[in-house]
Design a protein around this ligand. Sequence first.
Ligand SMILES: [Zn+2]
Length: 167
Amino acid sequence: MKNLWTPWRMAYIRENNQQEKKCLFEAGAEKKQEKESLLLYRDPLTVVFLNRFPYANGHLLLAPSRHIGDINDLLPEEGGALFDMIRKSVAILKKHNDPDGFNIGLNLGTIAGAGYPDHLHFHVVPRWEGDHNFMAVLAEVRTIPEHIENTFDLLLPDFQELFSKHK
Ligand SMILES: [Zn+2]
């Protein structure tokens, strides 16, 4: 179980050795959606990114908009909004990717595999029957660049719609 969310970690470490580390979730904080950073959605409480180092196609990262690392620092409305966004993300991924199931998880602390330990975030990962073994995961990491932009374009309108559905 300890390796559940860590397959992309090497790519993550490689990238971060080449550039100064900054918090993914605040980069471009004034933007609501942005393809370059794979930002699908941002409102005052919640942000949603497509993971650049996905475990599966459509792998999302959901975080509170506020920079907090401790789950006990989450305010009730932040926790509520985050859970609501998990539900909506599952609905959007079901519509486009027709997965057989989902892994939804939270890594607290570097020891648990958190790529960004200072900013709490959930992973929402669609799963298909027989979808991965170790090699498939490696292959996925190598082939993402094009693939991930297509997925972004596919999901973006549905997240866009969330802005108009409710405040
Ligand atoms: Zn942050």
